[in-house]
Ligand binder design. Structure first.
Ligand SMILES: CC(C)(COP(=O)(O)OP(=O)(O)OC[C@H]1O[C@@H](n2cnc3c(N)ncnc32)[C@H](O)[C@@H]1OP(=O)(O)O)[C@@H](O)C(=O)NCCC(=O)NCCS
Length: 166
């Protein structure tokens, strides 16, 4: 990648699906059947974002909106923006691509009226934990044995300021 290579940050399209699935399998142990990607996309297309160079997908993030108890107070219910997955191909990392993906996806969730944002991340995943801290997410708790290999997860979350709600 040269300095001039334009990286496009745009909403996922179904023609990107095979490449997104490939990146997910290459980069993460949490893999999903094709229909899961399609469902996430159909529920909130504006929060499923890809990074592309031409027609090549080099990273993606997908998210959904869930309604339920707040992670901050069991006395409150509301809309929560859940980042389900994010990955950037190894050769394109540390160039700010995940930051651009997450920013677009968060903006879409906020536009959708979420009160808070949250996600789960492996406790050993320093890169991702730092990325989320950069966006103001904080570690709320550790969920023991969350993953299939029994690694624990951090539940990280961030409140959306009321003036950002639509
Ligand atoms: C986590 C991941 C998506 C980051 O993608 P990226 O495009 O390299 O991230 P960015 O370049 O946008 O970095 C944003 C911030 O994340 C943090 N970060 C990213 N990579 C890091 C690393 N290797 N070590 C420590 N912090 C890191 C930094 O705070 C960075 O900000 P800075 O560059 O200003 O210091 C990427 O490493 C990846 O795909 N990992 C495998 C999949 C994965 O673990 N996904 C997360 C599952 S919860």
């Amino acid at each position: 990648m040269t300095e001039q290579t334009p990286i496009l940050i745009q909403q996922f399209q179904l023609k990107d699906l095979d490449q997104v699935i490939e990146i997910n399998r290459e980069c993460l142990p949490e893999n999903y059947p094709e229909r899961f990607f399609r469902t996430i996309y159909s529920e909130l297309p504006s929060a499923f974002i890809v990074a592309k160079i031409g027609e090549q997908v080099i990273g993606y993030t997908m998210a959904r909106v869930e309604t339920g108890l707040s992670h901050y107070s069991i006395f409150h219910r509301g809309k929560k923006g859940h980042t389900v997955s994010i990955a950037v191909k190894p050769e394109y990392r540390r160039k700010g691509i995940a930051k651009m993906l997450l920013k677009r996806s968060i903006e879409a969730m906020v536009e959708h009226g979420v009160n808070e944002l949250f996600l789960e991340v492996r406790v050993s995943n320093d890169a991702a934990v730092n990325l989320y801290k950069n966006f103001g997410y904080e570690i709320l708790k550790e969920i023991r044995n969350y993953y299939r290999d029994y690694e624990s997860a951090y539940l990280m979350a961030k409140k959306v300021p009321k003036d950002k709600l639509i």
